[in-house]
Design a protein around this ligand. Sequence first.
Ligand code: FES
Length: 90
Amino acid sequence: MSIVKVFMDGKTFEMEVDKDTTILEKAMDEDIDIPFSCQSGICTSCIGKLVEGDVEMEVNDGLSDDEIKDGYVLCCQSFPRSEKIIIEID
Ligand code: FES
């Protein structure tokens, strides 16, 4: 179980996410409005910047190599892989 903090719209949301659940899935369960569309790693609607921690993405086709290097992640594809995770969503 990971503690995931999401900074979005000037607010901080905190949730506990297990390793088999994506950050977007859990956010939807908790009524946290992370933008999304395709839910399959293509459209990048759910893009966020990983400020702290580690996630594993199943598909990240929508991201360029530079975006990946800069720490951008797709919440619909991101499974938590560290105890504490912080993601910023613009
Ligand atoms: S919702 Fe389309 S990439 Fe995540």
